[in-house]
Design a protein around this ligand. Structure first.
Ligand code: CA
Ligand code: CA
Length: 201
């Protein structure tokens, strides 16, 4: 192998997997004490549903992981600040797959909580890019955080490199078992993975 190729491969390997220690949004600075981890792995592309399932299987210091829910401007600002060096778009936990135009958080303590789609609609926080959500091609039901402009877009859910995990203690509502109503738990695959996790826990 040419030396140039070796250098290229080594650089790709070093750049390929960014898996830092989760970072806490501590109550000392007005946070919720949850931890956040940006999982960026070019060798393991994930659909939104795949990222949803992977996040639910992660844990940190006894806290359960889930695809992140960003429910306030201060939470959004904290994440923008902490992950300011991130350049990959990453899945977060919102979807309108159940009902077109009805955006909800699908995971974590806020599972089922509505997400605002326009100012004044009376629902929770959102940080959409201008013109989003646009349900482009009639087929965009999954929420992605765009780290170049720190704003959100609805996307068709196909493969991306990265996703954002949030961790919270069970008493904070961070159950490792997503809401039964959550469509994706009902897939045999996730039930099987959950079973395996319990066996090793
Ligand atoms: Ca959250
Ligand atoms: Ca869109």
């Amino acid at each position: 192998m040419k030396i140039q190729n070796v250098i290229t491969v080594t650089a790709l390997l070093m750049a390929g997997i960014v898996n830092a220690t989760p970072i806490q949004w501590s109550s000392a600075i007005g946070g919720n004490d949850h931890y956040y981890e940006f999982v960026d792995d070019m060798f393991n592309l994930k659909t939104w549903a795949g990222a949803f399932n992977e996040a639910a299987l992660r844990s940190y210091n006894g806290m359960n992981g889930y695809l992140a829910t960003i429910t306030s401007q201060s939470e959004q600002d904290f994440l923008n600040d902490v992950f300011s060096n991130v350049s990959s778009d990453g899945w977060i936990g919102g979807s309108d797959a159940d009902e077109e135009g009805v955006w909800k958080w699908m995971a974590g303590p806020e599972a089922g909580m509505r997400i605002s789609i326009e100012a004044g609609d009376g629902f929770g926080f959102s940080a959409w890019k201008s013109g989003e959500p646009n349900n482009n091609m009639g087929n965009e039901d999954y929420l992605v955080f765009g780290w170049t402009d720190d704003l959100w877009n609805d996307d068709n859910g196909s493969n991306k490199k990265a996703y954002l995990v949030e961790y919270s203690a069970p008493e904070q509502g961070g159950s490792g078992i997503p809401e039964p109503a959550t469509l994706f738990l009902l897939s045999a695959g996730l039930i099987s993975l959950e079973y395996q996790r319990r066996k090793v826990a």
